[in-house]
Design a protein around this ligand. Structure first.
Ligand SMILES: [Zn+2]
Length: 269
């Protein structure tokens, strides 16, 4: 087995290898056949992971879903940068455009001038099921502990705030990283949300660079327990929701979207 294919096959199993700054060390490390599983091979084919990711500084498993799937964060860019950003996708499992954008940033050329964490798949159970909610039927974007209400139905907020492991994972991770900016990708609405915006200049930069209109998405009158509400209330940084529309093009998700996000936070590659 070549070094490349060995690393490829094992990359989903040996999580500390093949994706970090230690990539070159990992390439030289012996891997046992026990690390190679059929599951990893299958996942590999669907994800098309590659070992050579110059943008990646490290990779972390930051939590687990209800059904025990791993939630991963990838650290990109430059740790010495003054600006730290966290970008989250797939909080709603049937809104996966943001995942394409974040994987494009992860898998492309080295990133300069910004310290960027990407979480391409926050709700892995929902993605596997093709549904908005997590495996408990909870709308994760109503489960955060600021202005939480016991919403039911489509916006089911869970039995109490922070009831879901995916929500607690984001709280723990963001409290640890404490970024200057957070973006959270959704659809099918279209635009940069400035409802209750904390940093309008940042929203305007996102709008300009990502070619999305400024909009006020007010959750049909009342927003309760959302991710951005929580982050904006509890952290100094600013969180913005990005709605990509009902059917963003492949070209947008792989070109303009990732390039625009990077520019909006002051990065380049
Ligand atoms: Zn959504």
């Amino acid at each position: 087995m070549s070094v490349r294919s060995c690393c490829l096959t094992a990359s989903l199993v040996v999580s500390v290898l093949c994706g970090a700054t230690a990539a070159s060390a990992a390439l030289n490390a012996p891997l046992t056949s026990a690390a190679v599983s059929a599951d990893a091979t299958t996942a590999l084919q669907s994800n098309q992971l590659v070992p050579d990711r110059p943008a990646v500084l490290s990779k972390r498993i930051i939590g687990r879903s209800v059904e025990d799937r791993r939630i991963r964060a990838w650290e990109l860019g430059d740790r010495r940068s003054d600006v730290t950003v966290v970008a989250v996708a797939d909080m709603h499992g049937n809104e996966t455009g943001g995942e394409v954008i974040l994987k494009q940033l992860r898998d492309g050329r080295a990133i300069q001038n910004v310290h960027l964490w990407v979480i391409p798949r926050d709700n892995p159970d929902g993605v596997v099921r093709g549904q908005r909610h997590n495996a408990n039927g909870v709308d994760l974007n109503r489960n955060f502990g600021v202005k939480w209400r016991p919403l039911t139905g489509y916006y089911y907020a869970g039995p109490r705030p922070w009831s879901e492991p995916e929500t607690r994972t984001l709280r723990r991770f963001l409290n640890d990283v404490d970024p200057d900016y957070v973006v959270s990708f959704h659809s099918p609405l279209y635009g940069i949300d400035v409802y209750g915006a904390k940093d309008r200049p940042f929203a305007r930069r996102l709008s300009r660079e990502m070619a999305l209109p400024i909009r006020e998405f007010d959750c049909a009158g009342v927003c309760h327990g959302t991710f951005s509400q929580w982050f904006n209330a509890r952290h100094d940084g600013a969180a913005v929701t990005i709605e990509l529309g009902s059917d963003p093009s492949e070209r947008y998700l792989t070109k303009r979207g990732p390039r625009g996000l990077l520019r909006a936070v002051g990065g380049y590659r």
